[in-house]
Write a protein that binds this ligand. Structure first.
Ligand code: SF4
Length: 273
C-alpha cells in the first residue's frame, strides 16, 4: 500500500518544482475529464469555479441512508433493498469505514508514485459479497417524474466516480467486484399534498465499471499540470466552450475595454489640465 498521511483539507495550486505529493480528489479528475482548461485554471493557476450551493436535502437523504445501512453493518444482516434485488451482499465491517467516507479529511487514498499524485475520494458505502469482493456503493437522490432505473439513466460522471473508487480500493490491495451499485432514491411529487413529508421510490441500479481509463488519465493530468501551455476548452462540450465560458470571456473583454477606455480618458484629462 502506498498511502501516506496528509492533514490539510484541500490542495493549493500545483507547483511543478515542489517534491511534495500533490493531492487530487476524484472530483478534480472528473473536472479534468470534462474540461482541461477549467482543470488547469483550478489546479495550476488556483482559479476555482464558483462553488455551488449545498444540496442540503440530498445530504440529508445520504445521511439517513448511511445510518440505515450502518444498522445492518452492525447486525451483519442484509438490507431489505438488497434482499429485494436478490443480491448476496452485506455492508462491509471495517474500522476504516468512517475514514473512507470522509472526503474532506482523508477518504480512500493512494499515492501514484510515477506521477507523485495523491489520489483520493470519499465513498458512501462498501458492501462485501461471499467471495470477499468489495462492492462499491453510492447513494443518489433526485426528484423526477420517471426516476432512473437502469445504467443507461446514469450520468457519465457518476460512472466515472465509482470507477475511480474501484481503482483506489484495488490499488489499496482489495479484491473489488466489477459491479458497483447506485442506491437511487426518487422523491415523488405526485402526492395530493405535502403534509410535512416527502416519499421516495428506492431503486438499486447495478453498473459494471471499468477502471482501465483511470491510470492513463492520471498520467495525462500530470502532463497537463507540468505544462506551461493553457489547454483548449472542454473535451466534453464537442470541442467548443460551455455557456459559462462564453459568459466569462465576453464579460472579461467588455470590462477590459471599458477599463482601457476609462484609463485613456483620465490620462487625457490630466494632460488637458
Ligand atoms: S468551457 Fe470554459 S468555463 Fe466551461 S468548463 Fe471549459 S474552461 Fe470552464
Amino acid at each position: 500500500m502506498a498511502t501516506r498521511g496528509f492533514a490539510s483539507k484541500r490542495s493549493g495550486p500545483f507547483n511543478p518544482l515542489s517534491p511534495e505529493p500533490y493531492k487530487v480528489s476524484r472530483s478534480k479528475i472528473d473536472l479534468f475529464m470534462e474540461c482541461q482548461r477549467c482543470a488547469y485554471l483550478d489546479m495550476r493557476l488556483g482559479v476555482k469555479r464558483p462553488s455551488m450551493p449545498a444540496f442540503t436535502l440530498n445530504n440529508a437523504v445520504d445521511e439517513l441512508l448511511k445510518r440505515e445501512f450502518d444498522i445492518h453493518r452492525a447486525n451483519g444482516s442484509k438490507h431489505p433493498l438488497v434482499e429485494r434485488y436478490g443480491l448476496d451482499a452485506v455492508p462491509l465491517v471495517d474500522e476504516r469505514m468512517e475514514e473512507w467516507r470522509d472526503a474532506l479529511r482523508r477518504g480512500i487514498a493512494y499515492l501514484h508514485e510515477p506521477t507523485n499524485l495523491l489520489v483520493r475520494g470519499g465513498i458512501d458505502d462498501v458492501w462485501v459479497n461471499p467471495a470477499g469482493e468489495l462492492i462499491i456503493v453510492d447513494y443518489k437522490a433526485t426528484s423526477k417524474k420517471v426516476g432512473p432505473s437502469t445504467e443507461d439513466d446514469l450520468y457519465d460522471s457518476y460512472k466515472r466516480q465509482l470507477e475511480i473508487y474501484q481503482w483506489l480500493f484495488r490499488r489499496n490491495g482489495f479484491a473489488v467486484s466489477p459491479t458497483v451499485y447506485f442506491v437511487y432514491v426518487n422523491g415523488k411529487s405526485d402526492a395530493e399534498a405535502f403534509d410535512g413529508k416527502l416519499e421516495f421510490d428506492v431503486e438499486l441500479i447495478p453498473y459494471t465499471g471499468s477502471d482501465t481509463w483511470v491510470e492513463p488519465a492520471i498520467y495525462d493530468l500530470k502532463k497537463m499540470l507540468m505544462s506551461d501551455e493553457i489547454p483548449p476548452t472542454g473535451t466534453s462540450f464537442g470541442g467548443g466552450p460551455c455557456e459559462y465560458c462564453s459568459y466569462r470571456e465576453n464579460a472579461g473583454k467588455i470590462l477590459l475595454e471599458l477599463h482601457t477606455k476609462n484609463k485613456k480618458r483620465s490620462w487625457q484629462e490630466i494632460e488637458c489640465k
